[in-house]
Write a protein that binds this ligand. Structure first.
Ligand SMILES: [Zn+2]
Length: 432
């Protein structure tokens, strides 16, 4: 079971820890369970859009069965991420017990490549997901299990739409790239509902995720523009509360499209001006429009603007990021740090870092204290412990400043690691 630590209200909302919501004259339901599950009732059975994580499967099953006992006829995967298509086990049990027919399972063709990739990189993904979700997933069983996939029976090819009918209602499926290359979103015209998957997540889009593969900012904006044409009354996001009312739906889609176009087009402009990453990044921070910063649908709860800058740069650029030939075949950072220590007394770096911290620049203080940490083998133990303690404090402060819980977890995990290192050094010291 997923253990929830002291999460603020915004994060709880984002994680779907709210009551199921019935809307559109009782025909549609949204089950918040980490990721949202969309359910449409027809006289011939259910259309279910996403099925949450393996750990949340039981909760999804229980909540759907409190609403209706109709069998699932279609299950659609918005994309292949672990929080959208791994909670199916209780439904398979029910199918066996009650003798229901297996539902049709619809996904984009790239989802199969994704599942193959998960199998190849199973341990790596488990490791990065345990870091990315550290504050919401305690000592749980593996969050992802790539060996247990429920594979699609209907595959949507690239650049194809797919329409079907169940119980007298039409359903429209569209493929667009955004958070992933296998994204599908669904439109239910009868009640004017969009099921967006993670193309809409009640946060600044998860674009430029520090741990994950490339995402697609421009196509993301195009997906929003396609959704806008539907003039929908409701939008079920991949995470977060239901968006209700034509104006709200329009507003959420428009501002997300504008933000994606902005971050994309401005980075392109700066690349064409011959700028390197550092300059582009800091200039982009200065020009981030106020209307995005404060917007309800762009709060940096999960993804954030800073990550988005990386996403665009990385989409069009190789790994040589600085334009400084020194960095093409770099020395070890520990060797560089050792050379710094030959010029200046190690204690001065410690004092200097502390001073910068006291003046309020935590980030700059971190760069300074890293000279001691990287040269750890050359530093006397007491000073080294002071340096680690200072870095721990700096990271804790920096983590607290973050609104994106991905950023919080990365920095907070770093602080936890340092705590371990301090503990080990102290134990070693005592033994000596
Ligand atoms: Zn998701």
């Amino acid at each position: 079971m997923i253990i929830m630590f002291n999460l603020d209200e915004e994060t709880k909302k984002f994680l779907g820890l709210f009551e199921p919501k019935t809307f559109a004259h009782g025909i549609c339901h949204m089950i918040g369970s980490f990721a949202n599950v969309g359910v449409i009732e027809t006289r011939d059975g259910l259309v279910v859009f996403d099925i949450s994580t393996k750990q949340f499967g039981k909760r999804v099953f229980k909540l759907i069965r409190e609403i209706t006992d109709k069998p699932i006829k279609y299950l659609i995967y918005s994309h292949g991420h672990f929080d959208h298509c791994f909670g199916y086990a209780p439904f398979l049990n029910e199918i066996k017990q009650k003798g229901f027919e297996m539902p049709q399972i619809i996904a984009h063709e790239k989802l199969l490549d994704r599942f193959k990739k998960y199998k190849m990189l199973d341990d790596y993904h488990n490791w990065i997901n345990s870091m990315q979700f550290a504050s919401v997933a305690g000592n749980q069983e593996r969050a992802t299990d790539s060996s247990e996939t429920l594979n699609p029976t209907i595959i949507i090819k690239d650049k194809q739409d797919y329409m079907f009918n169940l119980g007298g209602y039409n359903f429209e499926l569209y493929h667009d790239k955004g958070e992933t290359d296998d994204s599908i979103w669904m439109y239910f015209p009868e009640k004017q509902v969009i099921f967006a998957g993670d193309l809409m997540i009640s946060s600044f889009p998860n674009i430029g995720n520090p741990y994950k593969v490339q995402r697609y900012p421009k196509q993301w904006a195009l997906a929003m523009e396609k959704m806008l044409k539907k003039d929908a009354k409701y939008l079920v996001p991949g995470h977060g509360p239901l968006i209700e009312g034509k104006n709200k739906v329009k507003n959420a889609l428009t501002i997300t499209a504008e933000a994606m176009n902005f971050v994309h087009d401005k980075v392109i402009e700066k690349l064409n001006e011959g700028k390197w990453f550092e300059q582009i990044y800091h200039e982009m921070l200065e020009i981030y429009p106020k209307k995005f910063q404060d917007h309800d649908y762009l709060r940096p709860v999960y993804g954030c603007y800073e990550f988005g800058i990386h996403a665009v740069y990385r989409l069009y650029h190789g790994w040589y990021n600085t334009g400084n030939p020194t960095d093409l075949f770099p020395s070890k950072s520990s060797d560089i740090a050792n050379e710094f220590l030959k010029i200046n007394d190690p204690y001065h770096y410690y004092e200097h870092s502390k001073n910068i911290f006291e003046k309020g620049d935590t980030q700059l203080a971190l760069h300074m204290i890293d000279i001691l940490i990287k040269a750890s083998t050359k530093i006397e133990l007491n000073l080294l412990l002071d340096a680690y303690n200072l870095k721990y404090k700096l990271l804790k402060k920096r983590a607290k400043e973050q609104t994106s819980f991905i950023a919080f977890n990365i920095i907070n995990n770093g602080a936890k690691e340092i705590k371990e290192i301090i503990k080990n050094y102290k134990n070693k010291g005592l033994k000596n």
